[in-house]
Ligand binder design. Structure first.
Ligand code: ACO
Length: 328
């Protein structure tokens, strides 16, 4: 049987860094509070005139180069994002144009912070059905453009960035690649995390929609509780049903939303520190970009090695959640 695998990865973040100390000048907060409650020290933010498509394209070019694949060889581009440059066209077609991926279909996928895991699972299906296909999976977000910079409960959490992976058939060794995945959702919890402005429930400039609904709104506490419960369940189910124990796991790469969520999960799964990848201190929560950026850095830093059993777990607004178990 064919197994799909990540052939190459790339990442790109805007050069502008916003530190906790910068935020101290913008809202009533402190470096100590943010560090202790979230683990975040700084995040990268788009500057005026920049768009996230630039970084999605940059990350994709690197992924293609590392995979040794030319843009014309791509059959499909999936961009996981809730902050595309525009609603029409999709981010994916901007990436297609930017790469010159003339033979590729292209679409965006909206699953908040679980977007990359969702998109990777879809790429897996296409490669299994068409083993010669090459699918580009991108997670890219410009959350800073949907952030109320006066709301301290959210503006300290978010960052911008893009990560990309080229997915294709696994050749040597054949057991390398995606083993299993779980996708899930709980639509009853949608009011806990919203971005209503720009949707079709209201006309543009509709007076009935308060201005603050044009920003991401979140009930942090409730999201926190849900996230910890669901990620633990995903991790255990994916390992168990594939005949692995927690000890078999070489690296857990969780969605980087909050260091305390990650530490709670690590504790519940009884994993040593070195088996859980964390880079939230540098990027904050970049939603759909967080897992590909983390995977990229884990490989670059040598934490992620050939043959490792890796588990990706994510949760996000909607709610959505998902996990992918793979052999690196
Ligand atoms: N600086 C200083 N004080 C703050 C800040 C801040 N930036 N933000 C909140 N506070 C205050 C609150 O006002 C509150 O004060 P009070 O006790 O006087 O009312 C106090 O700190 C505690 O607030 P809580 O919200 O209870 O703090 P908590 O420990 O729950 O941490 C946080 C808040 C960091 C948001 C946490 O709940 C969290 O990370 N939740 C999960 C968020 C998440 O992961 N979202 C993922 C999805 S994001 C997406 O999809 C785009």
């Amino acid at each position: 049987t064919v197994r799909s695998t990540i052939l190459g990865m790339g990442m790109a973040v805007p050069p502008k860094v916003l530190t906790n100390h910068d935020l101290e000048k913008m809202v009533e907060t402190s470096d100590a509070w943010i560090t202790e409650r979230t683990g975040i020290k700084e995040r990268h933010i788009l500057e005026d005139g920049e768009n996230i498509s630039q970084y999605a394209i940059k990350a994709s070019k690197e992924a293609l180069e590392r995979a040794g694949i030319s843009p014309e060889d791509l059959n499909l581009i999936i961009c996981a994002t809730v902050t595309p440059d525009y609603l029409i066209p999709s981010l994916a077609v901007l990436v297609q144009e930017g790469l010159g991926a003339l033979r590729a279909g292209a679409f965006d996928l909206s699953a908040t912070c679980s977007g990359f895991v969702y998109a990777l699972s879809i790429a897996d299906q296409f490669v299994k059905a068409n083993p010669e296909w090459k699918v580009l999976v991108v997670g890219a977000e410009a959350l800073s453009r949907k952030t109320n910079w006066q709301d301290r409960s959210i503006c300290v959490l978010l960052g911008d960035g893009a990560g990309a992976a080229v997915v294709g058939k696994s050749t040597k060794p054949s057991q390398k690649g995606i083993i299993d995945f779980i996708l899930g959702a709980d639509g009853s919890k949608w009011p806990l995390l919203t971005l209503k402005g720009g949707g079709s429930a209201f006309f543009p400039f509709d007076d009935r929609l308060p201005k603050e609904e044009y920003y991401i709104k979140m009930q942090g506490r409730e999201v926190f509780k849900f996230a910890t419960r669901v990620m633990e369940r995903l991790a255990l189910e994916l390992l168990e049903r594939n005949g692995f124990s927690k000890e078999d796991l070489d690296l857990l790469v969780p969605h980087q939303a909050n260091l305390r969520i990650i530490e709670y999960l690590r504790d519940r799964l009884n994993l040593p520190k070195e088996k859980v990848f964390v880079n939230i201190d540098k990027y904050g929560n970049t939603s759909a970009a967080s897992i590909p950026i983390a995977l990229y850095e884990a490989e670059k830093e040598g934490v992620l090695k050939e043959g490792d059993l890796v588990l990706l777990v994510a949760f996000g607004g909607g709610f959505t959640f998902g996990g992918v178990l793979l052999r690196w």
